[in-house]
Design a protein. Structure first.
Length: 262
């Protein structure tokens, strides 16, 4: 079980009821509410529901105010702001100011959590994801930097796996890096597929790795394999925003191929 999921163990399986978690959030946040916050975050990361993410953030923000030396609050804030960035950048799409603010906050809180938990693989995996976003925002300078030193994306994901060999997010992160990076910087589609396949085995109930497998197969033109893995992802969670968006892309690719074969 992922470290951050342990905060909400027993609550994720029962289903998410937001009202239970956030009742009374005007006062001190209890351990139970913190645990429910992590459980709700697991739900919100899939749907990218902005209101839900903001409610989750309120819990972690209050926890940090009352427990500034507890890394769980900083980690929860960083993770929530990561998905708020995705919400503003890819769902709302017309709010780059909010997206940048969410990313800045996520990086700040993740670095605080890393200082408190330097040997925690999940924290390093989160930093790897954030450095991936940073690289996508500044692609030229990030690529040039890899000529003289290893990308911090790779450094963080490899550190995560060194600390936790079964770290799902690090496997997915390395897969996405290999899928999209140019060859000179370590890009390798076959290696990407290996990372995604291993991630899918680490947690067969999480649709993210299967969705990335679908992306990788679509990128190389293997639409049949892409459809198989994407349908498996949607069968696990029909509300998963990433899989739903990829389904639209795949349907377009399938339509184009159908038109060209007529």
């Amino acid at each position: 079980m992922r470290w951050w999921k342990q905060m909400g163990a027993g609550l994720v399986l029962a289903g998410v009821v937001l009202g239970q978690a956030f009742a009374g959030t005007g006062g001190p946040v209890t351990e139970a509410a913190l645990a429910q916050g992590f459980a709700n975050l697991d739900h919100a990361r899939r749907t990218l529901d902005g209101a839900e993410l903001k409610q989750v953030k309120a819990v972690f923000s209050q926890w940090v105010l009352s427990h500034p030396q507890d890394p769980r609050g900083h980690y929860g804030l960083a993770r929530t702001d990561l998905f708020l960035y995705n919400y503003y950048a890819h769902v709302v799409k017309n709010d780059p100011v909010q997206a940048e603010a969410a990313f800045t906050e996520a990086m700040k809180e993740a670095k605080i959590a890393a200082e408190m938990l330097p040997s925690n693989g999940q924290v390093h995996a989160l930093l790897g994801r954030l450095y991936q976003i940073q690289a996508s925002l500044h692609p030229v300078s990030s690529l040039l930097a890899t000529v003289t030193t290893e990308s911090p994306v790779l450094t963080e994901f490899r550190q995560a796996l060194a600390l936790d060999p079964d770290n799902l997010e690090a496997e997915i992160g390395l897969g996405t890096y290999c899928l999209f990076a140019p060859k000179v910087a370590g890009g390798d589609r076959e290696r990407a597929l290996r990372h995604f396949r291993r991630a899918a085995k680490l947690d067969p109930q999480d649709p993210e790795a299967l969705t990335w497998l679908a992306v990788a197969f679509r990128e190389q033109g293997d639409l049949g394999e892409a459809r198989r893995d994407l349908d498996r992802a949607l069968a696990l969670d029909a509300t998963y925003r990433f899989a739903l968006n990829e389904n639209l892309r795949l349907q377009q690719a399938e339509s184009r191929r159908g038109d060209s074969s007529e």
